[in-house]
Design a protein around this ligand. Structure first.
Ligand code: SAH
Ligand code: SF4
Length: 400
């Protein structure tokens, strides 16, 4: 980079700096969105203002959902102008594109506050998918659409874990999302649907693109913002991990007021099959994952979710169900299993399970005494279903 600069002629350098002024993604803008109350207070103090103005900022950004400094009317105009001149902006990620499914599911491409072009994916399911009620109280059966709306949130661009059945894996790992980019997906979707936090129930599932426990600090910072500032309950949030043991161990130490519920992508009846479809199993086999999960102190009535992707002929046999039943019982955990029929994706050589196989599997697992739910595929037609998130804009890409 340095080399290139020194090789530029003065004229070119001048053109370049003109370009820098025009491109908003390139100016050193400093997003406020993503900072917690303490950091916002520090920003105010740094500008020679009293620290309590940080509260006003937090109110405006996370409760009134302003997107421009000029809308923060609790701050004096002169201060807002000074902030703008100093490079500060609200900088909340925004919804850049919307795909709507015939089932009402919406998939969004959300553009980061700071760095221009790149988008991440977020999904809104107006009626959830029968998988997570968010509080473990068995409210899955409740009726009323709004009470079950679920937002599926991404934690990274791409993913490094490389599960063989997952479309996101095909992207490889691109980068971690910041706390603001994670929380910003949620806030943008809440705003779009006019959700009144505190009056309406919304469930969050951190099950979009990426492995949340490989971006642990930013993920948890986002959770704290969503709890503390936005006012959402951690008991209506579920984070799903492929089984990153050090992440689960840290998670177990989080205080209950900030700890979402936990879902583990089990996906196989034993280590042999799991290692084949999830290479991460060679690093942390099933028993190591279970040992870490047992360290999480569950709340009353809370259950750990085991997700289980049914791959036709690979993980959907009825004897697998018996094995999963034994495995889950042996953990001694208060648990439930969410079955997910595999959603196909281009270039992935698995097959969907037959509907009869899904039903047989469910019945067999139920007979083992394990609470079991079948997750309805949501938004398959717009690539919004589990494991389909890959920034697919053009449906032409759906070719094989
Ligand atoms: N990375 C985390 C969270 C995102 S994936 C994790 O793996 O847990 C969310 C869920 O979707 C996981 O349980 C994963 O096993 C499942 N999944 C991935 N690809 C899928 C596909 N093509 N069809 C159905 N489920 C899939
Ligand atoms: Fe990553 Fe989860 Fe996909 Fe595995 S299933 S590659 S951990 S996003």
């Amino acid at each position: 980079m340095e080399m290139k600069y020194s090789m530029l002629s003065p004229t070119v350098t001048e053109n370049r700096s003109q370009f820098v002024r025009i491109d908003p993604g390139n100016v050193s803008r400093k997003p406020l969105f993503g900072l917690d109350a303490e950091a916002l207070a520090a920003v105010m103090v740094e500008m020679g203002e009293p620290g309590w103005r940080g509260r006003q900022l937090a109110e405006a950004i996370y409760c009134q959902l302003v997107t421009e400094l000029s809308e923060i009317t609790t701050l004096p105009r002169a201060l807002r102008e000074r902030m703008g001149a100093g490079g500060w902006e609200v900088g909340r990620p925004r919804i850049a594109q919307v795909f709507t499914s015939v089932d009402g599911t919406e998939r969004y491409l959300v553009q980061g506050g700071g760095d221009g072009g790149e988008t991440v994916e977020t999904v809104w399911m107006p009626e959830g998918d029968e998988g997570e009620a968010g509080d473990g109280s068995g409210e899955e059966a409740n009726s009323g659409t709004r009470s079950r709306a679920t937002i599926c949130v991404s934690s990274q661009v791409g993913c490094a874990v490389n599960c063989q059945f997952c479309l996101t894996a095909k992207l490889g790992f691109q980068r971690n999302l910041s706390a603001g980019e994670i929380a910003g997906q949620v806030v943008s979707v809440l705003e779009r649907h006019g959700v009144e936090v505190g009056r309406e129930r919304v469930n969050l599932v951190f099950m979009g693109m990426g492995e949340p426990f490989l971006n642990y600090d930013n993920f948890m910072a986002a959770v704290r913002l969503l709890v503390d500032e936005v006012g959402l309950s951690p008991q209506r949030m579920t984070v799903s991990t492929s089984g990153i043991v050090p992440g689960i161990e840290r998670f177990a130490l989080e205080p209950p007021e900030f700890r979402p519920k936990l879902a583990i992508s089990l996906n196989a009846p034993n280590d042999e099959v799991r290692a084949e479809i999830m290479p991460i199993n060679r690093r942390w086999p099933i028993e190591a994952v279970m040992e870490a999960v047992r360290k999480v102190k569950l709340r009353p009535r809370e259950r750990v979710t085991f997700e289980y992707v049914l791959l036709g002929g690979v993980t959907d046999r009825v004897e697998h169900a018996a094995e999963v039943g034994r495995l889950v019982r042996r953990t001694g955990l208060a648990a439930k299993v969410n079955l997910i029929a595999w959603n196909p994706g281009p270039g992935i050589g698995y097959t969907m399970p037959a509907a009869s196989a899904v039903e047989r599997f469910r019945a067999a697992l139920g007979a083992e005494g394990i609470p079991v739910y079948v997750r309805r595929p949501r938004g398959r037609d717009i690539f919004a279903a589990c494991g389909q998130l890959k920034r697919t804009v053009d449906s032409e890409q759906w070719s094989d």
